[in-house]
Write a protein that binds this ligand. Structure first.
Ligand code: ARG
Length: 486
């Protein structure tokens, strides 16, 4: 339809190469809504007549219910929709729909509407997953486990503490996406191909009708910039990286060597040959798909970085990277939430692991500190005790006075005091004593759980408000359309 100055049609191979029609299925509805707002604006500013507007709007409205024929020969959804509108409304009216806009502002409008919806969906999914983490934490405030550094047992801790840490990570993902929304939710519509239009349009009114918070003012910026896409995908790449780390923990912890957790059958896969297998394929795929999202970000940045100012068709290629990014992250969050809600936690194994090594060494050192001994000395004492206990293959509280006396002498410390401390220090006592703000002690868990529950509720209010604001604007648009075409 657009080939006014071009003599020949595209061959099938070239059309297939150039067409984005398959990727565009994800933005078809946004394109229809954008076209409706634009049409109403044209009418309200006396650029087209009421009769023209009526015909165009009715055609667009009926297209909402139709399935598009992707092999129509159109290069993209914008061309296809305009062709169909002209067919339905006639050239005299339908031919006016594309007045004072271009596919360049149209496509970025559609992408912005799609991403803002995806951000809202992902924000809600994030809150559901965070809630699953916090409610699991509620049940495991007393579940002792080793905390690791270098994947070596480091300190005794609580499973709730681990879960709350992941909740906090996801809260930050929410914050980032929530903030990125404000860069996305600005309308580029009416910017034209690159430099604006001589027709007296009202860009603010289309922005308002479509639920945008404002407009991207500069028409060159509006049509050619995709920084908001890169920002969104970068935020999701970070989110996926976080989910990938949780997945890795769960993969390790569900091995028979660890046996800390067992995934529900529905989140595992069998082997084609080994009948006993219960593989954590689903979590492995979160790790794998994270790589795909990072790849999407790389593809997008690489596309943008060398592009001269103004729209270039290269930009068409980034759409599939956006769709894939959204789909992966929504599924990964939904799945993780369900995994958490069906997870079997092997409390005995976790505790056994925590008790099998010398996790109370630092707690012993700190108790000596409470008795006025410099930390560096207590580090030496506790380290020495671990060494002796390890050599004689016993736990620290089983050390004899004789075994203690050597290190006591070396550090000029009262051996009785050391004995008293190692006798009274257990993993449970150390978790009772762990009182620093945000620590893995018993007391902190309750406080943090209550705090995070409240935070979830507050975040939900904000997320819902955003959803509602957009729905309200689109409802108003829909009422306006009904009013005009009746
Ligand atoms: N299908 C195109 C895309 O996805 C729409 C914009 C085409 N604009 C143009 N000047 N050729 O980016």
């Amino acid at each position: 339809m657009y080939r006014s100055r071009l003599g020949t049609d595209l061959s099938d191979i070239t059309l297939d190469y150039v067409s984005s029609i398959n990727d565009d299925s994800q933005i078809a509805l946004y394109d229809l809504l954008g076209s409706q707002a634009h049409t109403i604006m044209l009418y309200e500013n006396t650029i087209i007549t009421k009769n023209d507007a009526k015909k165009i709007l009715s055609a667009l409205e009926s297209l909402k219910k139709e399935k598009f024929n992707t092999s129509s020969g159109a290069e993209d959804i914008h061309e296809l929709i305009e062709t169909l509108v002209i067919k339905k409304a006639g050239m005299a009216s339908g031919g006016k729909m594309h007045t004072a806009r271009s596919r360049n502002d149209q496509v970025t409008l559609d992408i912005r509407m799609k991403i803002r919806d995806d951000i809202n969906i992902i924000c809600n999914c994030l809150l559901d997953t965070i809630e699953a983490l916090v409610s699991l934490a509620k049940n495991h405030q007393k579940t002792i486990m080793p905390l690791y550094t270098h994947l070596q047992q480091a300190q005794a801790g609580l499973f709730s503490h681990y879960l709350l840490a992941q909740a906090d990570v996801l809260f930050r993902d929410f914050d980032r996406l929530y903030a990125a929304f404000s860069h996305v939710n600005q309308s580029p519509l009416g910017a034209g191909p690159v430099g604006g239009t001589s027709i007296a349009i009202d860009r603010h009114s289309t922005a308002k009708m479509l639920g945008f918070d404002g407009i991207i003012e500069n028409s060159l910026d509006a049509t050619s910039t995709r920084d908001f896409v890169a920002e969104y995908v970068a935020m999701i790449a970070i989110l996926m990286t976080n989910l990938s780390r949780i997945s890795e923990d769960f993969v390790i912890w569900s091995t028979s060597e660890f046996s800390f957790i067992e995934l529900a059958d529905e989140f595992t896969s069998p082997s084609s040959v080994m009948p006993q297998k219960k593989n954590p394929d689903i979590l492995e795929l979160t790790r794998g798909k994270t790589a795909e999202v990072i790849g999407n970000l790389t593809a997008i940045l690489t596309t943008i970085k060398g592009l001269a100012s103004g729209y270039g068709r290269d930009l068409q290629q980034i759409k599939s990277s956006i769709w894939s990014t959204s789909k992966i992250s929504i599924s990964a969050l939904l799945i993780l939430k369900s995994i958490l809600l069906t997870l079997h936690v092997n409390e005995k194994e976790m505790k056994k692991a925590a008790e099998s090594s010398y996790l109370i060494a630092l707690d012993i050192a700190e108790k000596l500190v409470q008795n006025g001994i410099p930390f560096r000395t207590t580090h030496k004492i506790a380290g020495g005790l671990v060494q002796i206990a390890h050599q004689s293959n016993k736990s620290m509280n089983k050390l004899s006075m004789k075994e203690i006396s050597k290190i006591a002498q070396e550090t000029k410390t009262n051996p009785k005091l050391i004995m008293e401390i190692i006798q009274s220090t257990t993993i449970t006592s150390s978790l009772k004593d762990r009182k620093s703000f945000g620590s893995s002690g018993y007391d902190e868990q309750k406080r943090m759980i209550e705090d995070r529950m409240e935070k979830i509720n507050n975040y939900r209010i904000n997320a819902t408000k955003r959803d509602n604001d957009i729905s309200k604007a689109l409802d108003n648009l829909s009422n306006k359309i009904t009013e005009l075409i009746k």
